[in-house]
Every structure is written in structure tokens, then in C-alpha cells.
Design a protein. Structure first.
Length: 352
């Protein structure tokens, strides 16, 4: 009599083991297949909608959260293992022909006091006799378990492939988040830094951000309310971004930022070509001609008799350190020495 309840317990334990294995593989199949679908949808969303910056971080965080929730929801029911009474009903429903003998024996053993153990033993003996000819494959077959294992394997492969495809987006999102949270760990190198540019000429600004991905650096020109921003575009080298400023007419400060990481501030000085604003001429004629000295303001052309001494006074629109007068071939032949000597003494350096 003592062996028969043990035999009944072994039967229920084997059914429980098969049920748990099949349930585990089915749950894993459902969870990984759902998570793989979420990864694929997230990869397309990142590709078409949120490719960089904060939108990338939000999209990746949403995808990972939903994938984890899908896995947890699929596996969470496995925490509760079926009881003996539940398994007994399951066996009778799947096998048939037991006429509630198995359920009655299990229910009586679990609810009756110890004083009625004799009755429980008799019921268990009847249940064992009825179940000895039972084929467990009719309840949960090895083939069903094999199919569940195959499904779990295929779902795992799909999950792995989707995860590998989504991994670069997750990596870029983590670096974007790090650029905002830990800006001191990153550095933006800007070329040319401080620069002097001739008025009207372009200036190419190149920013290199080693270790920062998923962010487009922003160029800020000016300060305060007068500041203007523009995104740099990706260059030919990975991690390099560039932007060309055209037709520069005035000097300005600028810096490049990505997330919370900011480069030092640099200055661009626009250099205007020196322009001659006016040319004054003072004529001193030869004494034999009887002409009085004459000053011609804002002129430039020199017409005078031979032997005339001409002082040339040149005014520029901004200070200059040196000036040079270039003579034409005709002037070189007739009055080069006189004009050159006068120019050296009389060129005016004035602020326009």
C-alpha cells in the first residue's frame, strides 16, 4: 500500500516535468518572437524617424523597455507550478477513460484529515491501477516537447538576428546619452579655431568628435540674442563634420557643441583689403614759370610742366604700416626720383 501513493506521485511528477518543459519553451518562443518584432520595428523607426540626438535615445529606450516587458510577461506565469489536483484534472482531460478516479484520489489526499489515511490509500490504489496502462504521450508527448524546443530555437535565432541589427542603434543612443550626462569625458576639436579671413572669402569649419556618435554637432555663431546656429554635416572621415561659411563680411565668435559637450570659443576676424579713400596732390612749379604752388584735393592724376615737384598724400580707410607707390614706365623715365622721394615722406597713415 505504501508503494502505490509513491507511484501516483511519480506519475504526477513526470506529467509536471513535461508540462513545465513545454510551457517554458512555448513562453520563450512567444517572448523572444515578440521582442524580435519590437527590435525590427524599432530599427525601422530609428532609420526613418529618429536617427540621432534625443529622439534616438527616446526611441531606443522605448524599444528596449517594450522588449524586456514582452519577455517578462511571457515568462512570468512560469513562476507558479501547477498543483497535483490541477495536474490530475489535466491528465484525465487529455487521456480520458479514468472517470475522475485520479482527481478523487488526489483531492481526498489533500483535503482529508490524517485519521482517514486508510481511505486515501485505497483511493490512491484505485487511481494507480487505473493509470498503469496510461500512455503519457497521450497527455504530453515527447514530440510536442520537441516541437516546442524547435520553435524556441527558431525564435531565439530570429531574436538574436534582430538584436544584432538593432545593436548599432542602441550603441549610438548610449553614446548620445553619455554626451549629455558626462560631457567632461568627451572633447570636440575644431579646425581652424581662431582664424583671419579676407572679406568675402569662405571659411570651412571642421569639427572632430572622437567617441561621440549619434549626434550632429551644432555651430553657434555670435553671442546672446544675436547668436545663430546651424548643424554641421558629416564629412568624408568618420567622426568628422564640417560646414562652410560663405561671403563673410564681419568678425564674430563661434563654438561647436554636441549634447552637453562644448568646444572652446574661437574668434573669426574678417580682414578687409586696404582701400585708398582719397589722394591729395600739392604742386610746386619751377620758379621760371611764375606759377604759385597749388593743392589739388581728392584728385590723383598728375599733369604738370617738367621740373614740377609733386607731393602725394594718400589717405586709406584704415591704418597701414607701409605704403608703396608703383610708377608706370613713362613715370620711371621722367620723374621717378622726385616722386619716389616725395612719396616716402608724405604718405599719410590715417584711420578712415
Amino acid at each position: 500500500m505504501n508503494e502505490q501513493p509513491a507511484e501516483l506521485g511519480a506519475l504526477l511528477s513526470e506529467v509536471r516535468r513535461r508540462w513545465q518543459r513545454r510551457a517554458l519553451f512555448r513562453a520563450w518562443t512567444l517572448g523572444t518572437a515578440t521582442a524580435a518584432a519590437i527590435f525590427l520595428i524599432g530599427a525601422f523607426a530609428v532609420w526613418f524617424v529618429a536617427g540621432d540626438g534625443i529622439p534616438l535615445v527616446i526611441a531606443v529606450a522605448a524599444v528596449l523597455t517594450n522588449a524586456v516587458v514582452a519577455l517578462v510577461c511571457a515568462l512570468l506565469p512560469l513562476r507558479q507550478s501547477p498543483g497535483d489536483l490541477q495536474l490530475a484534472r489535466f491528465v484525465e482531460e487529455r487521456a480520458g477513460g479514468l472517470d475522475d478516479v485520479l482527481v478523487t484520489a488526489v483531492h481526498h489526499a489533500s483535503t482529508q484529515p490524517p485519521s482517514e489515511r486508510g481511505i486515501s490509500a485505497l483511493l490512491a490504489a484505485d487511481a494507480v491501477r487505473a493509470a498503469r496502462g496510461l500512455d503519457l504521450d497521450a497527455v504530453i508527448s515527447h514530440r510536442a516537447i520537441s516541437r516546442a524546443i524547435l520553435g524556441a530555437s527558431l525564435a531565439s535565432l530570429v531574436f538574436l538576428a534582430a538584436g544584432v541589427w538593432f545593436a548599432p542603434s542602441a550603441g549610438r543612443a548610449s553614446k548620445v546619452a553619455a554626451a549629455y550626462l558626462f560631457p567632461s569625458y568627451y572633447r570636440i576639436t575644431v579646425t581652424p579655431g581662431d582664424a583671419k579671413v579676407r572679406q568675402g572669402q569662405p571659411l570651412k569649419i571642421v569639427a572632430r568628435m572622437p567617441g561621440i556618435e549619434g549626434l550632429k554637432p551644432v555651430l553657434t555663431v555670435g553671442q546672446g540674442a544675436d547668436a545663430h546656429t546651424a548643424e554641421l554635416i558629416a564629412g568624408e572621415t568618420p567622426g568628422e563634420f564640417e560646414l562652410t561659411l560663405k561671403n563673410l563680411t564681419m568678425s564674430f565668435p563661434y563654438h561647436v557643441s554636441a549634447g552637453s559637450t562644448t568646444s572652446p570659443e574661437y574668434n573669426v576676424t574678417v580682414v578687409r583689403p586696404i582701400r585708398v579713400s582719397r589722394v591729395d596732390l600739392h604742386f610746386e612749379y619751377p620758379k621760371g614759370l611764375g606759377l604759385t604752388p597749388r593743392t589739388e584735393e581728392d584728385g590723383g592724376d598728375i599733369y604738370a610742366p617738367a621740373g614740377t615737384r609733386v607731393e602725394v598724400s594718400v589717405t586709406t580707410d584704415k591704418p597701414v604700416a607701409q605704403a608703396q607707390l608703383t610708377l608706370t614706365r613713362r613715370w620711371r623715365s621722367c620723374a621717378a626720383d622726385a616722386v619716389r622721394a616725395t612719396l616716402t615722406r608724405e604718405v599719410a597713415l590715417m584711420r578712415g
